[in-house]
Design a protein around this ligand. Sequence first.
Ligand code: 6LW
Length: 499
Amino acid sequence: MLFKNPVIRGFNPDPSICRVGDDFYLVTSTFEFFPGIPVYHSKNLVNWEMVSHCLDENENLPLEGSNPSGGLYAPTIRYNNGTFYVVCTNVTNMTNFIVHTDNPCGKWSKPVKVDHMGIDPSLFFDDDGKCYFCGTTVRDGVWGFGIDIAQINPDTGEFLSEKHFIKGCGGKSPEAPHIYKRGGYYYLMLAEGGTEYGHMVTMQRSRNVFGPYEPCPFNPILSHKDKYSEIQATGHADIVEDQNGNWWAVFLGIRANGFLHHLGRETFLAPARWNDDGWFEIGNNKTIEVEMDAPLPAKPEDVSFDFEDDFCSGKLRPEWTFVRNPEKENYVLSGGKLIMKGTNKDLGSFNTSPTFMGIRQPENNIEAYTKLKADFSCGSKAGMTAFYNQDYYYAIYLTKRGRKYEVCLNKAIHDINVVTNCAEVDCDGVIEFKIKADKEKYYFYYKTANSDWTLLGTALTAGLATEGTHMMTFTGTFIGLYAYECTAEFDFFKLKTNT
Ligand code: 6LW
C-alpha cells in the first residue's frame, strides 16, 4: 500500500509511538507551546487524529517565562498492563516527569517528578515486570555525552536502582534513547549527530539492560546526511511492531527548501525489519522516500490537512495552540464567534503569552482565511499571523490611526521589527484577512465589504526558517489569530492546502 511522508505534517518533532491491539498512539514535542504533548491515534499509521494532550492545564505545565524552544522537549509514550505512560522533560524548570492514563483519548494524570538531570527520557517495561528509565545525562555540567539507565517505579517516579552510564556509538549528541527487547537482547536505539542535517539513528545491544552494549556493525541504521533529497535531518526514531508482525519506524525529518526549513521538524514513517543477524534495518537501505510502498496494518484513507473552525461548536478544536501559559479568559466562544481579548502583550513581547492562537502550518502551499470585527482605540491591533516565535513572525492587522482604520503588515525578524505597507481602509471595524503561502513567500491580503481581495504585501518564508534563528530553535510556523489591546470577534478560521 502506498503512503506519503511526512505522515503528521507541520511542527511535530520527536515522535514516539506505541500500539495496543490494532490502535497506534503517537506523541510529539511542543516546546513553549500549549497545550503540551499532543496524542495522536491511528489504525493504519498514515491517517493520524489528535485525540488528547498529556498536559492541558496551566498548573501542570509551567511555561511562564520560557525562552523560545524551551518548555517540553522529546516525550516517550509506552503502554503497560492497561496503563499508558508518557515521560518528558520541561527544560524551562529542568524537570523530568511522568503522566499516565488508562484512556489516551481522555484526561491524563498530574505529572510525577523524576529526579534526573537530562533530556529525552524514555521508559522500558521488561517481561519480568520491571520498568527502566533511560535519558541523556549531564555530568559535571557537561551535556549530551551519554545515557543513564536505571530501574524506576513509573507510578511514583522513584528510582529503584543506581544509574548506569552508557556511551553512544561515536556521533555527537547521543540522545533520544529508547530500549527494546528481542531474542534475549536489549537494544538501545539512539539519535546521534545532532538534530540538524547530520542527524542519524544508531543501535547497540546487550544481554544485560545495564550493558555493556555492542554497536550495530552497520550504524547508522537511518540517516539522510549523505543523501540528496528534499527530506533531511531524519533521526530521533521510535519503533513499533504491528499486529501482523511487521515493524515500523517513526522519526522526525524536515522538508528542506534548499538548506532552509520553516514548517518545523515533522513526523515521518518507514517500514523496517530485523535482519538474520538480529539487527534492525529502516527504510530502503537506511534512507526513505516521500512516497513509500509497504504493508500498512489497515488501508489508509485520503489524507487532508485542511482545517476549519466556524467557532459554533462551543468548544475550541484541539489543534488550536497557544504560546506559554494562556490566560484562558481571553479566549471566549460565544454566539458562533471567537472573542479574543487582547492584552498589552504583543506577539513580540519578551517570553510572555500574548492573546494568540494558531494551528501548525501543514504544507508550504496554503491559503488561510478569517473575518473579524474589532472595536478599538488608536494603536490597538487585531489580525492574522504566520508565527514562528516571539522573534520571528509576520502579521497583517487592522488598527486605527485617529478616526481612520488602517491595515498594516508587521515583519519581525531577529531584533528588527518593522511595520510596512500601511493602507487606509473604509471598513467600520469589519475586515477579512487572507494569508497565502508557497515555498518562497507569504502573501498578505485584506478585503472589506466594499472591496475585493487586495494584496497588502509579501514576506519571505526564509525569515521564519529554523536555520536563521539567533538561538537554537526546534519549532515550526503556526498560522493564527491574535489581538492586542482590544477585543476582536472572529467569525471563522479556514486553512486550505494544495492550493
Ligand atoms: C530533543 C532531541 C532532539 O530533545 O532535539 O531531534 C531536541 N532531537 O533529542 C529537541 O527536540
